[in-house]
Design a protein around this ligand. Structure first.
Ligand SMILES: [Zn+2]
Length: 194
């Protein structure tokens, strides 16, 4: 019953605190031009968090440089949002992992739990098993896992590598922090495919 944690408002609040820390780090670094960063959050309407999703989830933390002629945006990595995906990052991992485990859960059941339809869930499977392995992010990090994680079992294999205690916030934090580089702009780009 790995999904219980993702029904818990305190889990989502916990992840928001992690995001706030990441945002503070980015803000302290400032813009590359030397300018100061001001808050310029993106509105978001994330799905998959259930009814207990805190108000703080209606935006992704982001900044804008205050210097005229620059005004560049800086969007820190996030443990909540996986790039532009509408569903929360933890949901994109968990649902695809549950669908593709040793005893796969039925799509109907997952749809009832998380609200994602059949096509969306199939898309996540393709994302993890076809797109993700081609990213520079994964190519650089795959050798950290011993024994090698079987791509055919993704994202289940990745999930199992991190989530060792049922409904552990800390395990989830480690997994979502591992994925941070792919949550920012361009983080999921692969060669020859922008
Ligand atoms: Zn700047």
């Amino acid at each position: 019953m790995y999904h219980v944690l993702l029904r818990d408002a305190s889990f989502w609040k916990f992840l928001f605190e992690v995001d706030k820390d990441l945002a503070n780090d980015a803000r302290q670094q400032g813009c590359r031009c030397g300018g100061r960063l001001h808050s310029a959050n993106y509105p978001r309407k994330p799905r998959g968090g259930g009814e207990n999703l805190p108000e703080s989830y209606t935006c992704r933390l982001s900044f804008c440089c205050d210097r005229d002629g620059c005004r560049k945006r800086t969007t820190p990595p996030s443990v909540r949002f996986l790039g532009r995906k509408v569903y929360l990052a933890a949901v994109v991992v968990l649902v695809a992992a549950m669908r593709h485990g040793p005893s796969p859960r039925r799509v109907r059941e997952l749809t009832e739990l998380f609200g994602a339809d059949r096509r969306t869930i199939a898309g996540w499977g393709a994302f993890w098993r076809e797109h993700f392995p081609q990213t520079p992010f994964w190519k650089e990090r795959r050798c950290r896992f011993m024994p090698t994680l079987p791509m055919a079992d993704f994202p289940r294999a990745l999930f199992d590598a991190f989530i060792q205690h049922k409904d552990s916030r800390e395990d989830w934090k480690r997994l979502l922090e591992f994925l941070l580089p792919i949550t920012v702009n361009g983080g999921l780009a692969i060669k020859g495919n922008s």
